[in-house]
Design a protein around this ligand. Structure first.
Ligand code: F6P
Length: 512
């Protein structure tokens, strides 16, 4: 049933009205167990949810909402391989990429065997590249999910990255990006990975062709050794002259593809065993999502909290603050995950929705954000729930730095909640500002895998309750079509039929 037609939704609306006077400080004073009750452990991730605008009644009503919208059945349909991505008539099985070999019977046994066959080939290749001292530079050319996942993960796992190799990520069609990377490279020392699920994305195809041209102009001849394509469209890669390929399947969405061949840069960076640990961490979270009771299920609790904030308390954005500089691309990664998945205005049947869906996600690492936009989080007119991501153990020996970093994270969450009532005017902090605190014991391939799978399933949860298809992305298509048309006009100078603003801009930017 559509979420806004359930009893739980109506009850949540009533509950939200009575919630206007909710105050975190009072809630903590009234319930000595609040920090415990509203905490949740999951594989590799501990979450303190207690500084959120919820109480046990909210949680109970949200669980009822999950039940009345059929969340568990929808989740189970995904794990059975049903075509829940109906608008593209596809299964949604990124989770299968982290499923141990031979662990499934029935219809999914064959795809799982294929997954492992491809994974083994990809990991053999990764280890081969690692052992090849001649290859000093790996350049990933891809955009969206074919860039953000591997880039975020290679950066996050920098302490595990093989010494002696540099990793570059070229995504934008902006030639400044490719030119800057190529400037420092030698053809004989470079491996290009052309990452594109469809192998049609104009930015990636343009960058790949320019990289090929550069490679040949530098005297490079052995394309099969220096170029590999990571794609579901092996035929298109072959047409471009790239014969070394690692495939995946249409049931892996771009933003869910870091676990597939798209993860090859990660596998080269951290090795076959490291990549397997990354998959194992994610798999542990898959099992938690599948088997933990909804009320003790971290992705479910987070996803439902997102619904509560968006639809009942009117909070339209969520800020992400990783208190670990290696996690600095995580906000960008999560932007695609959440906003491309749940930025939808129609339900699964194409009917317009009368309620809000994806929040706006944004953020920067702490403590940097504290000295930039945290002002608005503390004293602005809008309430923005903040999600801290902290890591207990550092991998460097500057213990005092790490203590200061973690102290800042806790202090910020505290300041948001407690505020400062005794000061007036400009110095007054209302407090009662919500935050979630996610804590990893250490940042490893396994814990990163778990953290990312947690976020995937949390987005699944809110998308499922909202009744939308979280796995298509039709909203990116129109711009692609229009860019083709404008590009042709840029070459010809023909502005006929264009709106006046676009025509004037076109004339202004034409290089002639
Ligand atoms: O344009 C959006 C999108 O399709 C994303 O969903 C995807 O991650 C990205 O482009 C790249 O697509 P591809 O891997 O097919 O090049």
């Amino acid at each position: 049933m559509r979420c806004d037609q359930t009893f739980a939704w109506k009850n949540l609306q009533a509950h939200a009205q009575g919630f206007a006077g909710f105050d975190l400080r009072t809630a903590f004073a009234a319930d000595a167990q609040r920090a415990q009750t509203l905490s949740q452990s999951a594989p590799h991730v501990f979450a303190d949810l207690s500084k959120n605008h919820t109480d046990s009644a909210t949680e109970a009503l949200l669980m009822a909402l999950a039940q009345q919208t059929g969340l568990a059945a929808h989740r189970d349909a995904m794990f059975r391989g049903e075509h829940i991505n109906a608008t593209e008539d596809r299964a949604v099985m990124h989770w299968l990429l982290r499923q141990p070999a031979g662990s499934l019977q029935g219809a999914l046994a064959a795809p799982l065997a294929q997954v492992h066959e491809t994974l083994d080939a990809m990991l053999r290749f990764a280890d081969q590249v690692r052992a090849d001292a001649q290859i000093t530079d790996v350049v990933n050319i891809g955009i969206g999910g074919s860039d953000l996942g591997p880039q975020m993960a290679v950066l996050a796992l920098q302490d595990f990255v093989i010494p002696g190799k540099r990793f570059h990520f070229v995504s934008n069609v902006d030639g400044h990006e490719l030119a800057a990377v190529l400037q420092g490279l030698k053809a004989e020392n470079t491996l290009f990975l052309i990452a594109s699920k469809t192998f049609t994305t104009i930015e990636t195809m343009t960058n790949a062709r320019s990289a090929l041209t550069w490679f040949k102009a530098q005297g490079g001849t052995d394309v099969s050794r220096h170029f590999a394509a990571l794609t579901t469209n092996v035929a298109a890669a072959a047409e471009m002259g790239i014969s070394t390929t690692f495939g995946f399947w249409d049931w892996v969405g771009g933003r869910y593809s870091v676990w597939s061949a798209i993860g090859l840069p990660v596998a080269i960076a951290i090795g076959a065993q490291g990549f397997k640990n990354f998959l194992a961490g994610a798999h542990a979270m898959d099992q938690h999502f599948q088997t933990a009771p909804l009320e003790a299920n971290l992705p479910v609790r987070l996803g439902l909290l997102d619904v509560w904030y968006r639809n009942f308390l009117g909070y339209t954005s969520r800020s992400i603050a990783p208190y670990h500089s290696a996690l600095r691309r995580v906000p960008a990664y999560l932007q695609q995950l959440e906003m491309e998945s749940n930025g939808k205005r129609v339900d699964r049947n194409g009917q317009a929705l009368p309620y809000g869906t994806s929040p706006v996600l944004w953020g920067e690492p702490g403590t940097n954000g504290q000295h930039a936009y945290f002002q608005m989080l503390h004293q602005g007119t809008d309430v923005v729930p903040l999600e801290f991501i902290a890591v207990k153990k550092p991998t460097h020996s500057l213990k005092d730095h790490h203590e200061l970093l973690l102290a800042n994270a806790i202090a910020q969450a505290q300041a948001l909640m407690l505020g400062q009532a005794d000061a007036g005017g400009h110095r007054h902090f209302t407090g009662n500002r919500p935050s979630t605190f996610l804590l990893l014991e250490e940042l490893t391939p396994a814990s990163l895998g778990a953290l990312i799978a947690l976020q995937e399933h949390r987005v699944f949860t809110s998308g499922s309750v909202w009744g939308i298809n979280s796995f298509d992305q039709w909203g990116v298509e129109l711009g692609k079509v229009l860019a083709k048309d404008i590009h042709a006009r840029m070459l010809s100078g023909n502005a006929k039929g264009l709106d006046a603003s676009s025509a004037a801009l076109l004339q202004r930017v034409r290089l002639g």
